[in-house]
Design a protein around this ligand. Structure first.
Ligand code: P6P
Length: 338
């Protein structure tokens, strides 16, 4: 593989082609999916960047399948991804946080060998206050025999992902993804409309600086979770206190911890025993990215990517980030609850 530095001018298209050439058997379908994701990201960022100026801010009077009030940008992002991806002949189905059921490929289009699961605009409740939001995506290979995709094609463990990543609409727009050969970050240069390689081969520090958790739920955590958070905060004298950084936007918190090291935690609690985050299109893709960057992700008991999904929108507790910090989480959370 060609080794690039952050100063070489490498577009994402060139990078994808170079990665594809490493696999003689590659059909190019996965590459085409990544091109389409990059296109969708440019279309969404164009709206997000001007959200305050066009009639795209604010909420609709509709709810998504999660019972969350849909933001206009949520719906726009969802429609943009579906329209960018449904006719290319690479996918046999899609699954979105915004849609209750599997999204079939329209009859008039050819089906391909992959499935895309995505959260079109995570953290969208932050849009109106200009806090970074993100798109998260996961690509799986079709496993059923028919032409068209079925639910079984999506309900696969995260270990079977062939690609995953996210776009963060922050101070700049970045696309970060993996196909199982490291994690690579591309920054959108709006003056030419190109994603350029800016963060080749991202590695997460083995022990981190940051702790991202919403401790307003502390009263609802079990004793092991409480003890773990005391450890992370240095209150039991066993380690240096981690700096708490919680944006309330998963992609923003995850991205900062990926680059600077740390842990994002959304524990189970008595109000939501499975936590809040969704396994298929939030936990699994970010777990693949962090694992490829040298980190890890657990639900407290198992590695996130070993969980066998049973429902499209199922949730999972999530502890994700620096390897040693996640090992600490596993140690605390496997104890018998006091
Ligand atoms: P809480 C945003 O709604 C989101 O899904 C993630 O982006 C974010 O990490 C989490 O929820 C925040 O949840 O319960 O802390 O407000």
């Amino acid at each position: 593989m060609v080794k690039h530095t952050a100063t070489s001018v490498v577009t994402i298209d060139r990078f994808i082609i170079e990665q594809e050439r490493m696999h003689p058997a590659a059909t190019g379908q996965l590459s085409d999916i990544l091109y389409d994701v990059a296109l969708a990201a440019k279309l969404i960022t164009n709206k997000v960047r001007r959200a305050g100026l066009v009639d795209i801010l604010g909420a609709l009077d509709s709810e998504n399948v999660q019972g969350e009030i849909q933001q206009k940008l949520d719906v726009f992002a969802n429609e943009t991804i579906v329209k960018a991806m449904d006719h290319g002949g690479r996918l046999c189905a899609m699954a979105s946080e915004e849609e209750p059921e599997l999204i079939p490929i329209p009859e008039q289009f050819r089906c391909g060998n992959y499935v895309l699961a995505f959260d079109p605009l995570d953290g969208s409740s932050n849009i109106d206050v200009n806090v970074p939001v993100g798109t998260i995506f996961s690509v799986l290979r079709k496993i059923t025999r028919g032409v068209r995709g079925e639910l079984e094609d999506v309900l696969q463990p995260g270990r079977r992902q062939v690609a995953a990543g996210y776009i963060i609409y922050g101070s700049s727009t970045m696309l970060v993804y993996t196909t199982g050969h490291g994690v690579h970050g591309f920054t959108l240069d709006p003056s030419i409309g190109e994603f350029l390689l800016s963060h080749p081969d991202i590695r997460i520090p083995t022990r981190g600086r940051y702790l991202s958790v919403n401790d307003s739920y502390e009263q609802h955590w079990d004793e092991n979770v409480k003890a773990l958070m005391r450890r992370y905060r240095g209150l039991d004298g066993q380690q240096k206190a981690m700096s708490v950084r919680y944006v309330g936007s998963l992609v923003a918190d995850f991205h900062r911890n990926l680059l600077g090291g740390g842990v994002f935690a959304y524990p189970s609690n008595t109000q939501s025993p499975n936590g809040k985050l969704r396994l298929l299109y939030e936990c699994n893709p970010l777990a693949f990215v962090v694992q490829q960057a040298g980190g890890s992700a657990t639900n407290g008991v198992q590695d996130i990517m070993d969980l066998a999904p049973t429902e499209l929108h199922q949730r999972s507790p999530l502890y994700i980030g620096s390897k040693d910090d996640i090992e600490t989480a596993r140690e605390f959370l496997s104890r018998k609850v006091a």
